[in-house]
Every structure is written in C-alpha cells, then in structure tokens.
Design a protein around this ligand. Structure first.
Ligand SMILES: [Zn+2]
Length: 250
C-alpha cells in the first residue's frame, strides 16, 4: 500500500488541494487510498491552510490509526468507513464531521462551529455513530422541512393535519387521506428545487389523492418544471449515502 499522509508529532502533514466552486467551507477529506485532500471554496486564501490542517492533526491521526488497525485484521468484514463530510444540498449546508471519543456512555452529535459537526461518546462503535448521525438528520429535517412545508401550504392555500419525518427506504414522501404528510429525512440530500417540488407534490395530494390529470394540472400551476424534476428524481436515490439508509423499517 502507498504511504498515507505523515502525521507524526512535529512533522508537516502532506495533503493535496482541490478547489471547488460548490464548497462553502474548507473541507478535509481523508481516504485510505488517497490520503488527505483539502477542498477549498473558490477564492480561498491558501496561506490559511497549513494552520487549519494542523488544527486537525488529532482527527487525521485517529483515522489513520483506525485504518492501520483494519489492515492488521484482514479476516474481518470490510468496514464501511464513517462519513467525514456531510453535504446537505437541500439546506445549502456542508459539514465536516469529527469523531471524538469521550467517557460518556451515550453517543451524540453537536454543532461544533460553522460547518463543523462533532460525534462524541462511544465513537469506537461505527454502527452507533451512523445511528447518531441519522438521528441528527431526522432532527434537521424536522427543524427545516416542517416549517418549509408549512410555509408553502400557507402561500398556496393548502391545509394538512400533521407532518411526520421518517427514514423510509423507498419513498421520499407520502400523504394520507386524513392529511398526514410524511417526509423522508433523505430529502436533505437532494437539491432545493427538487425538495420544493416534492413538498408541493404532497400538498397537492391534500386536494387530489391520486395522480390524475387534474392533480398534475394543479402541481404544474405551482411548479411549471415539475415533470422535468420528477423525471430527474428517478436517479436521485444515488445522492443518498449508504450509511444514511435506515437499518430498521419504520
Ligand atoms: Zn404522489
């Protein structure tokens, strides 16, 4: 295997730089194969990078340790690496995730600064980390998608009874005959236009429960590009990272 970035105390950390017009913040990407890549927004002053990378030395180190431990145990199932970046296009957010072992027995996620999330607690357990991150997505979806849906309902004169956030494997959203709208937290991984269209779609179901021509007519009035967006959505599941899939049916 090729040598990864060198992170012995006092020695400089090697990394490659990638400029991204989409990036909102500086993001650190670590992979066992490519080592450390630093993604920087357009126009970012590169002289600031060494200090930022240096501040992440412990984080980089802990990942490299984990990988060398995985290599030392080749008989084990290949483990899916934990996410280091969480992009949520629906909210225009990009988070850099850090895993911080602490003495608490529980596991939690907190916002640790602009664009920075920390998973703390028993982070040695990758499954527990993924579940904690999914709970956090659930929370963000409730905080952001519920008011968004309510605002669209007000704006266009729809009424719904209740909103549920779920992690369905096969559906982005649904609407029941008694006005209960369910939204998947995985919507957070789609772009804003698509999410808006899905929210409007469900609101139109509070009037027409089917996909009849009059349903489409109503939706098209609110979002003239709805058919194009729906077509594009067939591939949208690929935007959901594997770890964010719900483990249990709910
Ligand atoms: Zn529908």
């Amino acid at each position: 295997m090729e040598e990864g970035p060198n992170v012995r105390p006092g020695e400089p950390i090697g990394y490659r730089i990638r400029r991204s017009p989409r990036a909102l913040n500086v993001r650190l990407r670590l992979s066992a194969r490519d080592g450390l890549t630093v993604v920087v927004p357009k126009g970012f002053d590169l002289r600031r990078l060494p200090a930022i990378v240096e501040g992440k030395r412990d984080w980089i180190h802990s990942h490299l340790r984990r990988w060398s431990a995985a290599e030392a145990a080749p008989d084990r199932e290949p483990v899916e690496p934990l996410p280091e970046i969480l992009d949520l296009p629906a909210l225009g957010e990009s988070w850099c995730i850090e895993y911080r072992p602490t003495r608490t027995r529980r596991i939690g996620v907190l916002i640790d600064g602009p664009g920075r999330l920390a998973v703390y607690g028993t982070v040695q357990d990758p499954e527990a980390c993924r579940e904690a991150l999914k709970r956090w997505l659930h929370l963000r979806a409730r905080e952001e998608l519920a008011p968004w849906l309510a605002q669209l309902a007000r704006q266009h004169g729809f009424a719904f009874k209740e909103i549920h956030i779920r992690g369905q494997r096969t559906r982005w959203a649904s609407c029941s005959s008694n006005g209960l709208i369910s939204l998947s937290y995985k919507l957070l991984f789609l772009d804003r236009d698509t999410v808006r269209c899905i929210l409007l779609h469900e609101l139109c179901h509070t009037v027409f429960l089917d996909h009849s021509p009059r349903f489409w007519e109503l939706l098209q009035r609110l979002e003239p590009r709805c058919r194009v967006i729906h077509k594009k959505m067939r591939d949208s599941w690929k935007q959901v990272p594997a770890w964010a899939e719900a483990r249990d049916p709910d």
